[in-house]
Design a protein around this ligand. Structure first.
Ligand code: BEZ
Length: 224
């Protein structure tokens, strides 16, 4: 399904993963989900990314987010590579599992269906590799956010946590988060909210910045 759009129900695909057969919606249950794809097993950037994701597992679970990785190699490679990732993270050698499944998409079926291939990165047989996609799926199974990085640029997992915080806040409160927002910072009053409604809704007060246009759209309120 190329061109998955924000708000679309994420396909309830079935896949083989390092933890066994996985059906996406059943795996997610009522949680949020982050699905992130990788170009290939045993590659340096991917190893740093999965290591970082594993170290942040408790941050994701604190936010009720289940992580799922995907790479276009087979389960046997995933299991072998897992040991390298754990060693990269300096984990004890008897620890042999990552805190999330890695989907084996060796036929690239999901990579094609979800529009995740990077046309500029090919394997030795000339086949395209997967790009670094991030799909954030809400508890309603709908796509809330997607990010697409080329294979040569590793992701920033702190940013993924930050956008999860923004998505979860704005799903429950009628606010928007400004550039570089961090949890606890002031948030923005949405432009379509009338002044009287904003004043009654936000007990922390609304601060409106004066602008040359005279328009009163830059409105802040403490994070509710
Ligand atoms: C990597 O994960 O290091 C990588 C994979 C494909 C292309 C470039 C880098």
């Amino acid at each position: 399904m190329p061109g998955l759009l924000l708000g679309d129900v994420f396909p309830n695909f079935e896949a083989e993963a390092t933890t066994g057969k996985l059906k996406l919606h059943e795996f997610l249950e009522d949680s949020w989900g982050v699905l992130f794809s990788h170009p290939r097993d045993y590659t340096p950037v991917c190893t740093t990314e999965l290591g970082r994701a594993a170290r942040l597992a408790s941050e994701f679970s604190k936010r009720n987010v289940k992580m799922i990785a995907l790479s276009i190699d087979c389960l046997e490679d995933h299991h072998g590579w897992t040991k390298d990732i754990l060693a990269y993270n300096c984990e004890e050698s008897d620890c042999c599992a990552l805190p999330f499944p890695i989907i084996a998409d060796s036929k690239r079926e999901l990579a094609v269906a979800l529009g995740m291939l990077d046309p500029d990165e090919k394997d030795k047989d000339g086949m395209p590799l997967t790009a670094r996609c991030v799909f954030i799926i809400g508890p309603d199974k709908r796509l809330k956010l997607s990010l697409l990085y080329p294979a040569t640029t590793g992701r920033n997992f702190d940013e993924i946590l930050r956008v999860v915080d923004s998505l979860q806040l704005t799903a429950g409160k009628r606010v928007a988060t400004p550039a570089d927002w961090q949890p606890g910072d002031c948030v923005m009053v949405p432009p379509n909210m009338p002044e009287e409604e904003a004043a009654s809704l936000f007990s922390g007060g609304v601060y409106t910045k004066d602008l040359p246009s005279g328009k009163k759209y830059l409105r802040y309120t403490p994070q509710p």
